[in-house]
Design a binder for this molecule. Structure first.
Ligand code: G3I
Length: 446
């Protein structure tokens, strides 16, 4: 792993000299960065203006019926005591459960891979204990039949890329807008995919009325209403939640320098206890839900993850109802790099606290030449393998389906300048890339 300042300088230089390979093709999506109300700081980069989003021929948008996923969908059905690792978990029935008993990581000492699989989803479902294979899904993507086909065939876990964020769900105080989120949740359920709610409390994509609120009691009341209403609306359909997202910051988006609580409206008005409070409200709303803390550049050892580890340990020690930690795993600019061995060691520290861990938003950005093609393949294999080998790592979610739709393409700190980040598992014709093969190998224990 190179030091961040060096890589960023190098990448800036390389970019100036002709940044990155071009993307795969259809350029069908304009993502745009910045512009979210309340300012955006996500994936690390404080952002403001779009930086030349890709444009192209557009997407075929007519959608005619959800595709059906391949493979069976009983993500926790293989409760057999198995083989070499002596795994004895998988006690869940049909993929649902609570408090660590859903067949994912319930005490097994090793995860046993499937003998073979034709999709990532199948590899995850046949492993023992099973591993959820996720993707960030966008409402725009669901307008494309190829996107839907690949998304449902290869994944059994969905995170809405933007549609369940505060500005989308509660654009004005107390008035909720469910349509876009319901579309994604309903599509996922039609395809026997679980959904993780993302995200209840976050400083970004926060409507102006909320980010400018003052007064502890006001902010607490607004946070309580939002969590209660949102979890209540989806209660019968999903029971995994990112409760608090990105509460910690450092001087660099790579997780280096002066780790501290991020000065959000929640922190500024309530203090650090807002995090405990958010989890407590979420637990009151759903006693059985899995409740996660989620953050970026905490994937291996650095200043930020030390701070987050101590924060989370404090929560566990105080009895705050947290079930796990999501390592976003955005590798490359604007975030950190992390090797498989470091990721595994870091996961172990958190699982030793009695928590689940998840890879929650994985992509590996090639822009700027900071991460080479060969490094990308090694990272994809080794990092997914680190999760696969850890039975308490319960999910791997990729942050998108195909390269052309990646948020990185237009994110100013990602050094792409509208070029393809080449960061995901499928190209723009929805063909499998070598990155897909490396991930599949990791899921099959190879
Ligand atoms: O919907 C508007 C559109 O109406 C407007 O014309 C356009 C102009 O820029 O913006 C559109 O909104 C954009 C939105 O994505 C939907 O495309 C926002 O500007 C843009 O900021 C937003 O970016 C999202 C980013 O979160 C915001 O922080 C990315 O798509 C999304 O992938 C990204 O996801 C985050 C996770 O939630 C948390 N972890 C980091 C991760 C990557 O940044």
């Amino acid at each position: 792993m190179r030091s961040a300042p060096f890589t960023l300088l190098l990448s800036a230089f390389l970019c100036a000299a002709g940044c990155s390979d071009s993307g795969d093709g259809d350029g069908g999506e304009t993502t745009g960065s910045g512009g979210a109300t309340g300012g955006t700081t996500s994936g690390g980069t404080t952002s403001g203006t779009p930086s030349g989003a890709t444009t192209g021929s557009g997407e075929a948008s007519a959608s005619s019926g959800a595709t059906t996923g391949s493979g069976d969908t009983t993500s926790a059905s293989n409760g057999a005591t198995s083989g070499s690792g002596g795994a004895t978990s998988g006690s869940g029935t049909g993929g649902e459960g609570t408090g660590g008993s859903d067949g994912t990581g319930g005490g097994a000492s090793a995860r046993v891979p499937a003998a073979s699989a034709s999709t990532l989803r199948e590899a995850g479902e046949k492993a023992n204990p099973p591993l959820l294979i996720g993707a960030a899904i966008s409402g725009g993507g669901l307008g494309n039949n190829d996107y839907k086909r690949v998304a449902a065939a290869e994944h059994n876990y969905v995170t809405a890329e933007n549609e369940m964020k505060w500005d989308a769900l509660e654009p004005s105080a107390g008035n909720f807008s469910w349509g876009s989120a319901d579309n994604i949740v309903n599509w996922a359920r039609q395809n026997n995919m679980k959904v993780k709610g993302h995200t209840l409390v976050w400083h970004s994509q926060l409507p102006g009325w909320m980010s400018s609120m003052t007064g502890k009691a006001n902010v607490e009341a607004a946070m309580r209403r939002h969590i209660t209403q949102v979890m209540g609306h989806f209660k019968d359909r999903l029971d995994h939640w990112d409760v608090v997202n990105e509460a910690v910051q450092t001087d660099s988006d790579t997780g280096v320098g002066n780790p501290r609580m991020r000065p959000t409206v929640f922190y500024n008005q309530i203090g650090e206890s807002y995090i405990d409070l958010a989890f407590q409200i979420a637990r009151e709303q759903d006693p059985k839900a899995k409740l996660y803390y989620n953050d970026y550049s905490i994937d291996a050892r650095n200043d930020k993850v030390e701070f987050v580890y101590n924060m989370v340990k404090g929560m566990v020690d105080r009895g705050v109802p947290i079930d796990g930690v999501g390592f976003q795993m955005h590798i490359g600019p604007p975030n950190n790099e992390a090797g498989g061995a470091d990721v595994a060691a870091n996961m172990k520290r958190f699982t030793d606290l009695g928590l689940e861990v998840l890879i929650s938003e994985m992509d590996i950005n090639r822009c700027g030449g900071v991460v080479t093609a060969e490094e990308q393949l090694t990272y994809y294999h080794d990092i997914v393998a680190a999760c696969f080998k850890e039975p308490k790592c319960t999910a791997v979610t990729f942050w998108g389906i195909n390269d052309g739709r990646s948020w990185l393409n237009s994110w100013s700190g990602a050094l792409c300048n509208g070029q393809s980040s080449q960061s995901l598992l499928f190209n723009d014709q929805y063909g499998k890339k070598e990155t897909y093969n490396r991930v599949m190998n990791a899921l099959l224990g190879k």
